[in-house]
Design a protein around this ligand. Structure first.
Ligand code: FUC
Length: 795
C-alpha cells in the first residue's frame, strides 16, 4: 500500500510524513536538496502554567446564571470576560528544525518516484542523474527511536552530499566530530511565559567507501558507495509540571542522551534497524485488512487519483485512505509520548494554526475515534495519560472558577494541561472532561479490561463530582442543566452562552451513568452512586423542535439554514450512543433532519464526523458521498475542506482530525457495536458491493472478519477475546450454527458491554407529530462465545 508521486514535494502539504509517535519528519524527496522537516512531540513554547480566571467563582457564577435565566444572553457573553483566561490562551507546538542534504549536480534528474509505503512505514525516493540510479530511504524507527536516511546509488563512489541542520528556534549548532552535528534549541516564550523546553538533535553520518569530513557547519560525504544518516532528538520535558533539571544541566543531559540513542542505534546494522522497525510497525498495522477492489486507477500517482476520485472508479483509494489513517495514528501516538495534537506530530510553523494544540470540543477526541474499532488500542495510551493529568490539573480550575469538587476542562488544552476557558465567551464550555471520560468508558467497553477501568475511574469520578456540584436547576423547565455553557462554537441570535445545550445534556447524562456503572463494577462509592443517580434523573431530556429536528439548544432556536461545522447536538448519535433507530426512532429521525439541515460541505473534520453520523443513521450512500467530498483535492477554488496531495486532511489548513474521523467513519459503515448488538455491514454503500474487512473490533472484545459479495455477507469470523454473548445483527437472514435467533429485538442482550442506556422520553414541540424513520428489517442472533475461540460461518 503506497502513496506515490512522480515529482518532489513543492510545498509542505505534498511532503510525506514519517513518525514513531515521539519524533517525526516530513520528507520532501528533492534530488538536489533533500529536506526533512523535524518534529518532537514534547517541543512546545512557554512553560508550565495555569489559566483559570480568578475573578470567576460562586458569586460570578450566580451572576452569569441569572443573566442567562433572564434571557440577557448578550450581557452574559460580555460578563464571560470574568471567566475567560486573563493572559495565557494556550501555548504553541513548535517545529524543531530541518535537515538538508545538498547534492551538487542533481538539479537535472529523470524518472523520479517518491513514495510512502504504509504497509512498512518507510518512505523512498528514487531518481536518475547521468545514468546513475539513486535511492533514498527514510523511516522514523519505532523500535530504536531514531530517524534514519539511507542514501545509495547503483554505481560505486557516487554518493556526494553535505548535510546541514537548521532551525527557526534560538539554538546552538556544534560540529562534534568529522561525521557528527549537534543542535540544541530552546522553544520560544509565549504570552510572557519563558520558553523552557529544550531539544537536543544529534546527527551522525556513516559512510561506506569514500570519505566523510566536517565543514564549518556541515558534514560532507565524498565519493561514497552509500551512507546512512542517524538522527536522534531528545527534550528536557519531564511532565506537565516540570522539566528534567535547570536549563544548563538539562542541555547537558539531553545532548548526552541524544548521543547515546544514536550510538545504540548504530550498534545494530542498517538492515537490522529496518527490519526491527518494520516488525514493530506491522505488529499494529497488520491487524486490519480492507479490500473493496482495485482498478487500473490505482496505478496512477496519488495526487492524480485524488483529483479523479469523484468519477467513482478508484475504490482502492478508499482502502488506502483508511489504512493511511491507521498509519498516521501508529506514527503519531505511541505509549509514553504525547497525544496526537491538531496536526498529529507534524508541524512546520512557529505560530501554527490554533497553536497546533488540543481542541477537545471535537478535534482531540476525533483523533482517537479509530483507535479501538481499527484495533490500535495501544495508540490510545497518550490520551489516557493526558486525561489522568487533566483530572489533576483541572481540580484548581473547578475549585476556583466554580467552587466545585472534581475537575473541569474547557475547550482547549496543551502540553502543560491548562484547563481554563479561553478565546472568548464561547470558550466557556465546561464539558471537555465529560466527553473525554465517555471516550475512556468506550475504551473499556471495547476491551473489558478492569485494570484499565480501575486506573481511569478516579478521572471519571472527578469529572462526575464536578457536575454533581454544578448542575443547576433551570427555573423555566425545572431540569438540571449546565449553565453557563455553549453549543461548541455555534451561536443563537449572535450569542454564545446559554443553559442546558443538548450536547451538554447528552454528555453529562452519559458521564453520570457510565460512572455509576464503573463504580458498580468496581464495587466502590455507594453513596456517590446515589448522588449521581439523583442528578441524572433530574436532567433535561432531548427535544424535538418545530422543524421536527433534534433541538440544539434548550429553546427551539434552530435555523434550518444554519450550516455550522459543529454538529454538537448529534453527539448523542455519534460518538455517544443515546439515540437508536430501534429504541428511540423519533429522535433518530429528528437527528437525521438536523443533519440534513446542516448540509454536507464543510471543514475537513466536520465531513469526517458526518461520515460517522451517516453511518449511524444507517445510510451508507450518504456516508459515501461525504467520503467523496472529503477525498476532494483542496485548492483555493474549492469551498470547504478536502484533502491535500499527501492525503493530509484540509480543514483547511491542515488538521489531522479529518483523517482520523473519516477512517473511523469507514469502519463504522461496515461494523457497529453500540446499540445492543454487533451490526455487520450496517451502512454498506452501493459502491462497495464486494469486499473484505478483517480485524475490526466490536465492543465486548469481539474481532470481526467479514467477506461480502453483491452486498451480502458470505463469510463471518468472530474471534472472542473475553467471552460473552455476541449478538449479531444483520439485514440478511443468516444461518449461524450454535446461535439462537433473537425473537424480539427489545429483548436485552445479556452481555453487559452492550447494556443500553435508558434515556428520557423526548419532549416534542407544540402539537407536532414526530416522524418515524423507515428502517430495514433486521435479524438478530445470540452466539455464546468463549474467550480465545474463533467462530467461523459461511453463507
Ligand atoms: C475548533 C473548530 C475549528 C478548528 C479548531 C482547531 O475550534 O471549530 O474549526 O478545527 O477547533
Amino acid at each position: 500500500m503506497k502513496l506515490w508521486y512522480d515529482q518532489p514535494a513543492k510545498v509542505w502539504e505534498e511532503a510525506l510524513p514519517i513518525g514513531n509517535g515521539h519524533i517525526g519528519a516530513m520528507v520532501f524527496g528533492i534530488p538536489a536538496k533533500e529536506h526533512l522537516q523535524l518534529n518532537h512531540d514534547e517541543f512546545w513554547s512557554g512553560s508550565p502554567y495555569t489559566n483559570y480566571n480568578r475573578h470567576a467563582g460562586p458569586k460570578a457564577l450566580d451572576t452569569i446564571r441569572r443573566m442567562i435565566d433572564a434571557g440577557k444572553y448578550g450581557e452574559a457573553d460580555k460578563y464571560a470576560e470574568n471567566f475567560v483566561a486573563e493572559k495565557v490562551h494556550g501555548v504553541n507546538y513548535q517545529p524543531v528544525g530541518d535537515l538538508y542534504l545538498d547534492f551538487k549536480g542533481h538539479q537535472e534528474y529523470k524518472n523520479l518516484r517518491r513514495e510512502l509505503d504504509i504497509s512498512k512505514a518507510v518512505s523512498t525516493t528514487t531518481y536518475e542523474v547521468d545514468g546513475v540510479h539513486y535511492t533514498r530511504t527514510s523511516f522514523a524507527s519505532l523500535s530504536d527511536n531514531i530517524i534514519i536516511v539511507k542514501l545509495t546509488a547503483d554505481q560505486p563512489g557516487k554518493i556526494n552530499f553535505s548535510a546541514s541542520l537548521t532551525t527557526l528556534q534560538k539554538a546552538k549548532l556544534t560540529v562534534t566530530g568529522n561525521n557528527a552535528l549537534a543542535l540544541c534549541a530552546i522553544a520560544p516564550e509565549h504570552s510572557g511565559l519563558p520558553g523552557v523546553i529544550q531539544v537536543a538533535v544529534n546527527l551522525q553520518v556513516q559512510n561506506s567507501g569514500g570519505t566523510v569530513q566536517k565543514g564549518d557547519s556541515t558534514i560532507n560525504v565524498q565519493l561514497a558507495d552509500s551512507a546512512v544518516i542517524y538522527l536522534s532528538m531528545v527534550t528536557n520535558f519531564k511532565n506537565y509540571r516540570r522539566m528534567l533539571a535547570d536549563s544548563i544541566n538539562s542541555a547537558i543531559i539531553i545532548a548526552a542522551k541524544a548521543t547515546e540513542l544514536n550510538k545504540q542505534a548504530q550498534q545494530k546494522n542498517y538492515a537490522g534497524l529496518l527490519n526491527d522497525h518494520i516488525k514493530a510497525y506491522q505488529k499494529y498495522f497488520n491487524r486490519v485488512y480492507f479490500d473493496i477492489g482495485q482498478t487500473d486507477a490505482a496505478l496512477l500517482p496519488t495526487n492524480i487519483r485524488l483529483a479523479n476520485f469523484k468519477e467513482g472508479k478508484d475504490p482502492q483509494l478508499v482502502s488506502l485512505y483508511f489504512q493511511f489513517g491507521r498509519y498516521l495514528l501508529i506514527s503519531c501516538s505511541q505509549p509514553g509520548g504525547q497525544a496526537a495534537n491538531l496536526q498529529g506530530l507534524w508541524n512546520p510553523h512557529t505560530d501554527p494554526p490554533w497553536g497546533s494544540k488540543y481542541t477537545d470540543n471535537i478535534n482531540l477526541e476525533m483523533n482517537y475515534w479509530p483507535a479501538e474499532i481499527t484495533q490500535l488500542t495501544e495508540m490510545h495510551e497518550p490520551l489516557v495519560s493526558m486525561v489522568k493529568d487533566l483530572a489533576e490539573s483541572g481540580q484548581s480550575t473547578a475549585t476556583i472558577m466554580y467552587g466545585a469538587r472534581g475537575w473541569v476542562l474547557h475547550h482547549n488544552t496543551d502540553i502543560f494541561r491548562a484547563t481554563g476557558a479561553i478565546d472568548g465567551a464561547w470558550g466557556l464550555w465546561p464539558t471537555g472532561g465529560a466527553w473525554l471520560c465517555q471516550h475512556m468508558w468506550e475504551k473499556y467497553l471495547f476491551n473489558g479490561d478492569k485494570t484499565f477501568l480501575q486506573s481511569i475511574y478516579p478521572a471519571m469520578k472527578g469529572a462526575s463530582q464536578f457536575f454533581v456540584d454544578v448542575l443547576y436547576k433551570d427555573p423555566h423547565t425545572g431540569w438540571l442543566v449546565v449553565s453557563p455553557s455553549a453549543s461548541p462554537e455555534n451561536s443563537h441570535d449572535g450569542n454564545s452562552l446559554s443553559a442546558g445545550t443538548t450536547m451538554d445534556n447528552q454528555m453529562v447524562f452519559s458521564l453520570l451513568n457510565n460512572t455509576i456503572k464503573a463504580a458498580t463494577i468496581l464495587q466502590v462509592d455507594n453513596a456517590f452512586i446515589k448522588a449521581m443517580q439523583t442528578k441524572a434523573a433530574g436532567m433535561a431530556p432531548m427535544q424535538i423542535g418545530k422543524f421536527n429536528q433534534l433541538q440544539e439548544w434548550i429553546n427551539d432556536w434552530d435555523n434550518p439554514d444554519d450550516k455550522h461545522r459543529h454538529i454538537s447536538h448529534l453527539w448523542g448519535l455519534y460518538p455517544g450512543s443515546l439515540i437508536s433507530p430501534y429504541r428511540s426512532p423519533t429522535l433518530f429521525e429528528a437527528a437525521k433532519i438536523s443533519l440534513l439541515h446542516r448540509g454536507d460541505i464543510s471543514t475537513g473534520w466536520s465531513m469526517g464526523w458526518k461520515v460517522n453520523v451517516w453511518a449511524r443513521l444507517l445510510d451508507g450512500n450518504h456516508a459515501y458521498k461525504l467520503i467523496t467530498n472529503q477525498l476532494t483535492p483542496t485548492d483555493a477554488s474549492h469551498e470547504g475542506g478536502g484533502t491535500y496531495p499527501n492525503l493530509f486532511d484540509a480543514h483547511p489548513p491542515f488538521q489531522i482530525d479529518g483523517n482520523f474521523g473519516c477512517t473511523a467513519g469507514i469502519a463504522e459503515m461496515l461494523l457497529q457495536s453500540h446499540d445492543d448488538a454487533v451490526h455487520v455491514l450496517p451502512a454498506l454503500p452501493d459502491q462497495w458491493q464486494n469486499g473484505t474487512m478483517h480485524g475490526l473490533k466490536a465492543r465486548g472484545g469481539f474481532i470481526v472478519d467479514m467477506d461480502w459479495q453483491n452486498g451480502l455477507l458470505k463469510k463471518l469470523v468472530v474471534t472472542s477475546t473475553i467471552g460473552g454473548n455476541c449478538r449479531i445483527r444483520s439485514y440478511q437472514s443468516l444461518a449461524i450454527k450454535g446461535a439462537l435467533m433473537v425473537k424480539k429485538n427489545t429483548d436485552a442482550n445479556p452481555n453487559l458491554f452492550y447494556a443500553v442506556l435508558q434515556i428520557k422520553t423526548p419532549v416534542v414541540a407544540g402539537t407536532l407529530t414526530p416522524e418515524n424513520p423507515v428502517l430495514k428489517k433486521v435479524y438478530e442472533y445470540d452466539l455464546p462465545t468463549v474467550a480465545g475461540m474463533a467462530y467461523a460461518f459461511e453463507f
